[in-house]
Design a protein around this ligand. Structure first.
Ligand SMILES: CC(C)(COP(=O)(O)OP(=O)(O)OC[C@H]1O[C@@H](n2cnc3c(N)ncnc32)[C@H](O)[C@@H]1OP(=O)(O)O)[C@@H](O)C(=O)NCCC(=O)NCCS
Length: 216
């Protein structure tokens, strides 16, 4: 991997310093994006794409999410076979990002960006006469390890991902499968990051809400 060492650095409200080592080839930036973030509590993480070698750390990360977090985040099953397939055979339509703790090298956050919409979301939005172009829409599923939640990490990762989505001409970010209305942390997280409430819907015996961010 060729890293040209172009650095960007800025601060946000959580006093997060972001240092970006950008690939020397512009179209490889997305894949090789590798950024170091210093959180307000002085913990440091590196944000990067998921690699094949992340099989075991990702499995460990998902198995160690609390029952509460697991009940809120479920873009795919968390069994070993699924994780091995995800890491060994990357899906062209789904970008996966992780945050790696600098001190332990453990994965401490995992986020997915899918091009377009998942079928059930698309169907629900269509019933409301809301349609989004495949090419300019992505669907987003965020998760942060319990011990790292509320530290600004989720927002920092979102900012990095959104910046790259804008660069690629994406105009809408849809919350993957909506958000459970009882998930106050996530609802606040989406609001804070500029998502607007679309509508409530009932799923699996729970009240949920669709949220969308316009970035175009
Ligand atoms: C939702 C999630 C991704 C947010 O990431 P995070 O790193 O915890 O969030 P941040 O620290 O960046 O906080 C961003 C905003 O979220 C809200 N928030 C964070 N922690 C909160 C808490 N304990 N209570 C209420 N709101 C909270 C606040 O509005 C916060 O902004 P502020 O710091 O200015 O008050 C993370 O908490 C998580 O993984 N939760 C479990 C899985 C999940 O719910 N995924 C989303 C499925 S839709």
């Amino acid at each position: 991997m060729h890293i040209a060492g172009i650095r960007h650095s800025y601060e946000r409200d959580h006093h997060i310093n972001i240092v970006c080592f950008k690939s020397k080839y512009p179209d490889q930036f997305w894949l090789f994006c590798n950024m170091k973030i210093l959180l307000a509590d002085n913990r440091t993480v590196t944000i990067r794409s998921l690699f094949e070698t992340d099989k075991d750390p990702l499995y460990h990360y998902l198995q160690n999410l609390s029952p509460e977090s697991r009940s809120r985040f479920g873009p795919h099953p968390f069994d070993k076979q699924t994780i091995d397939i995800i890491c060994e055979h990357p899906d062209n339509e789904i970008q996966r990002f992780i945050a790696e703790s600098e001190s332990t090298t453990a994965i401490v956050a995992y986020m997915l960006i899918k091009q377009g919409m998942i079928a059930s979301d698309q169907q629900r939005y269509a019933q409301r006469n809301q349609f989004y172009e495949y090419d300019t829409t992505v669907t987003y599923a965020p998760s942060v390890a319990d011990a790292w939640q509320s530290s600004g990490l989720g927002t920092a990762m979102h900012t990095i991902i959104e910046t790259e989505l804008k660069r690629k001409g994406i105009q809408h970010i849809i919350s993957w499968g909506g958000v459970q209305s009882s998930n106050i942390k996530a609802v606040n997280f989406y609001k804070k990051n500029g998502y607007r409430f679309i509508d409530f819907f009932w799923h699996d015996g729970k009240n949920n809400q669709d949220m969308v961010k316009e970035i175009g």
